[in-house]
Design a protein around this ligand. Structure first.
Ligand code: ADP
Ligand code: MG
Length: 223
């Protein structure tokens, strides 16, 4: 099986005036399709920097990165945003839904970049909302939904393009314990049903228990 993610020697330096912060100091990765991968490490260890590189939101100072067969470490910004739209779903701590748009329009949005009619986009969004058990909330705006419901809409949005990987940045941080558990179970279910690769930083021991593998980061290195 070809890995969905392969990277070698990833470095990321941030220049701050006279000093250089070496946030990543040579990280190698290999993640296979369908894996459920947790990233763990103390605050400041480089988790977010690594997530941003994996998510094509940032480019490495050194090293190479291949995502789903595409060498993204050498791409310009336009090509990167294309790869992001096509291959990656994002789930955020703060949900990041458009406040004035309905659940259906929020979920249909990533398909604007795909080659699909408005009718097809809305039909796909409706199906995605059904899968997260939000079929009866398609016309609600985010402020008319609970936190858990918003995160379900965000999960539907992340999956609607059938991405190769989903990156979830502490998706339960703003939810109560029970709601958070439901969200994690839903993510795991989609991981198993759709064979979508999930990658996320977490401190939650329960999540670690059912991850396929975890990547421990310390001081910019995999330990
Ligand atoms: P984590 O997510 O594990 O808490 P980060 O990846 O956010 O860690 O940060 C790793 C290191 O890089 C920290 O020392 C942080 O201060 C630094 N860093 C992260 N982003 C930037 C940035 N945009 N500019 C300067 N320094 C940064
Ligand atoms: Mg972080």
């Amino acid at each position: 099986m070809n890995p969905v993610i392969q990277a070698q020697g990833l470095e990321r330096d941030f220049v701050m005036g006279d000093t250089v912060v070496r946030a990543l100091r040579g990280v190698d990765l290999r993640i296979d399709p369908g894996e459920y991968v947790a990233i763990i490490g103390p605050s400041g260890s480089g988790k977010t920097t690594l997530m941003n590189l994996i998510g094509c939101l940032d480019t490495p100072t050194a090293g190479w990165y291949v995502l789903d067969g595409e060498k993204v470490s050498a791409m310009d910004d336009d090509s990167l945003s294309h790869v992001r739209n096509e291959k990656i779903g994002f789930i955020f701590q703060t949900f990041n839904l458009l406040p004035r748009a309905t659940a259906l329009d929020n979920v249909a949005l990533p398909l604007v970049y795909a080659d699909a009619s408005r009718k097809e986009r809305r039909a796909a969004a409706r199906r995605a909302l059904e899968r997260v058990e939000m079929a009866d909330r398609t016309d609600h705006r985010p402020d008319q939904l609970s936190g858990g419901q918003r995160q379900r809409v965000a999960i539907a949005r992340a999956l609607v393009t059938r991405p190769a990987i989903v990156l979830a940045d502490e998706p339960t941080a703003n939810l109560d314990h029970k709601t958070g558990e439901g969200i994690l179970q839903l993510m795991r279910m989609f991981n198993e049903q759709l064979l979508t690769t999930f990658i996320f930083p977490t401190h939650d021991q329960k999540v670690l228990d059912f991850a396929d593998h975890y990547i421990g980061i310390e001081d910019g290195r995999v330990r």
